[in-house]
Design a protein around this ligand. Structure first.
Ligand code: ATP
Ligand code: MG
Length: 483
């Protein structure tokens, strides 16, 4: 059955690991096959995955014994009930699963798993032909009953057997099909695509956590726009990311703003493949349909950044994303217009205020988003904006070299001011401190120059009339000239 020697293609350290495992299983009379992702990726010449999945005829207790022999330390049960034993080797994480032949009872998504299958039955229950290829470790024979190698050559994601049945057994496979098509830049086989489209509503029945994991994997693909487009074209977005549809709706209405959806697709492809960045790119304009207003023939999206932040947080929360990701993406969406507003005539103080507002932890990502957000068709406009973001970045670097901008503070703190004016705590302190901090941010006062700060504080104290009224109002002429 084998047609090419994938042994020769395996990375030497992976090959050594396979041979070690083969000795541990083979000596006891068990068969061991590498299967699924790693076989697919090696045949494609793609970088090998860190995780190696094997399948065996050994029952779970015997697999555990064999794994323990190959590696006495890091062996763990992934779920003996499901027949999978895992081990972490230096090179890779290994999972060995006893052949499964799942029988799905009508009307139930819970498979009853039996461990008495054959390799062929095990491969037959896998989702796509390209994932149903096994590699016998002992002699390098390839077992490929569904012609997965043909589909790899053609670049096709095709369900094993009847796609309707496969998707009915587990609707998550619909999203997996889109994910593999996106990641590998493969086409969807026609029958598989048609079944996915027809069964899109069944996606409502699977947990949001499983949907989340698939969307996350899809978004970090080299060109995620294809996946997002497939989600929309196949009617899957309505059951996974329904807010995308309004953006797409804008492009379907004839008009000047037909480009929001396509613009978003460009931005996600252009931004580096890190999850928070990809989500921020996907959602940065999510509120444009909702905030669109036309006034005197001019189209505006007032507040789409703030409304977008709220929407992004709620979309991600609905997908049970982790809180750190939600927060980061929310802030990036909420701030995404700030860096684009930069002009060369910003003072150093304005740049420092920008850095303090954005906070160090998302600044880098925000600049990535700004850079990716420039998809204008006019090259000179793209160039101009890229140059502006580059200039802002350089200025930030320069100002950071002088001082830790986030920690800049008034030379006199509350205690100093109370001592200076022999007065107890109260709202009178704030305008003085704010003004001194403003001078520091504007580069007119060094934050360690307490001597220079004292007369400034005294003058402002008098100007604001703080020496007369104990409950003086806080905004005075000096305070309002900054900010
Ligand atoms: P990745 O590189 O993303 O890990 P993979 O192909 O290894 O890709 P996994 O999710 O790790 O994907 O699954 C390993 C193998 O298990 C798949 O190749 C496939 O054969 C099978 N498989 C996983 N999930 C399903 C499913 N929902 N239905 C059928 N088969 C599945
Ligand atoms: Mg895998």
């Amino acid at each position: 059955m084998g047609s090419i020697s994938i042994q020769a293609l395996l990375d030497p350290s992976v090959r050594a690991l396979c041979e070690r495992l083969e000795r541990a299983f083979g000596d006891r009379g068990f068969a061991l096959h590498l299967v699924g992702g790693p076989v697919r990726d090696v045949i494609l010449g793609a970088p090998e995955a860190e995780d190696l999945d094997f399948t065996t005829d050994a029952q779970p207790p015997d697999s555990r014994q064999a794994l323990l022999r190959a590696h006495p330390d890091a062996v763990f049960d992934i779920g003996e009930r499901f027949g999978t034993i895992g081990a972490v080797f230096r090179e890779s994480k290994v999972e060995v699963t006893t052949y499964r032949a799942e029988a799905y009872e009508a009307g139930s998504r819970k498979p009853s798993v039996g461990f008495h299958g054959s390799l062929e039955a095990d491969l037959a229950r896998r989702d796509f032909t390209i994932n149903a290829i096994a590699f016998r470790v002992s002699d390098g024979v390839i077992v490929d009953p569904f012609n997965g190698q043909g589909d790899l050559r053609q670049g096709l994601v095709r369900a094993v057997g009847d796609p309707h049945e496969r998707f009915a057994e587990d609707p998550l496979r619909i999203l997996r099909a889109v994910r593999f098509a996106t990641r590998l830049d493969f086409a969807l086989d026609d029958a598989t695509a048609a079944a996915a489209q027809q069964q899109a509503p069944t996606l409502d029945s699977i947990s949001r956590e499983r949907v989340r994991d698939e969307l996350n994997k899809l978004l970090v693909a080299p060109r995620p726009s294809r996946g997002v487009q497939l989600l929309c074209d196949l009617g899957l977005a309505a059951h996974t990311l329904p807010d995308l549809l309004a953006m797409r709706g804008m492009h379907q209405e004839a008009g000047r703003h037909k480009d929001v959806f396509f613009h978003t697709l460009h931005v996600i492809d252009r931004i580096p493949p890190r999850l928070p960045l990809r989500w921020a790119a996907l959602l940065h304009d999510i509120a444009k349909p909702r905030t669109l207003r036309v006034e005197n023939g001019q189209v505006h999206f007032f507040g789409h950044d703030r409304v977008g932040e709220k929407m992004a947080r709620s979309i991600l929360d609905g997908l049970r994303q982790d809180g750190l990701l939600i927060n980061r993406v929310g802030r990036l969406v909420g701030l995404h217009l700030r860096a684009n507003a930069y002009e060369s005539d910003w003072t150093d103080g304005a740049v420092r205020r920008f850095v303090r507002e954005v906070c160090d932890d998302v600044l880098e990502d925000l600049l990535h988003l700004s850079r990716a957000d420039v998809t204008s068709g006019l090259p000179e406009r793209r160039l101009a904006i890229a140059r502006r973001v580059g200039e802002l970045e350089l200025r930030i670097r320069g100002l950071r070299a002088e001082a830790d901008i986030a920690r800049l503070a008034s030379p006199l703190d509350g205690a100093d001011l109370m001592a200076l004016f022999e007065r107890g705590p109260g709202p009178w302190i704030r305008p003085l401190k704010d003004h001194l901090l403003d001078l520091v941010l504007d580069g007119q006062l060094r934050q360690d120059d307490r001597e220079a700060a004292v007369p400034i504080a005294r003058r402002l104290y008098a100007e604001l009339g703080l020496d007369q009224a104990t409950n003086a109002r806080t905004r005075g002429p000096l305070a309002s000239t900054h900010g």
